[in-house]
Design a protein. Sequence first.
Length: 193
Amino acid sequence: MASDDGDPLETGQPPDGDAHRARLPIQTVRELYEVHSRELLAFLVGVLRDGHAADEVAQAAFARLMEVGHEARAETIKGWLFKVGFHEAMAFRRRQALQGKTLKNYTVRRDPLLANETVHDELVRREDVAKLKELLAELPPDQQHVVRQRMYEGKTFAVIADELNVPLGTVLTRMRLAMEKLQKWWKRDAYPT
């Protein structure tokens, strides 16, 4: 391990008062990334069938490695990393399914005749879209930006994080908080007390 007098982010050592938050040294994570990233990414592409999603999940797995990888034994770190990658991939699939289901309920279909919608259904759907846009405008700007980039422009969370120059976890948290608020506000407006 590195010395105690270095930068906590470089040494992996916690700052004073944070003894319970030990981390794997950055250099160790870099070395493990060099050794295992290609194989992990290939594995995740096989699981997710989507290169961009696999890249996003691989980043999450290495972030997890940095956070709690110090708890794994050195001789089993590759298996640990693949197991974490697999669990992250399954969580990613669940989130995508939930987001897709939620968005499907609130977006306008391009051709209502293909879905046999009545004029009434189309008007209700348009009202729902207008309401959702109003609710979206109530979000804090940082959450609003992430939702728009992800939902309207189809960017991955990794790309959004890179463009904003913030950690991937920050972008994921902003999205989660935004979705929770939108759902809460939607229910509040649908069922006023």
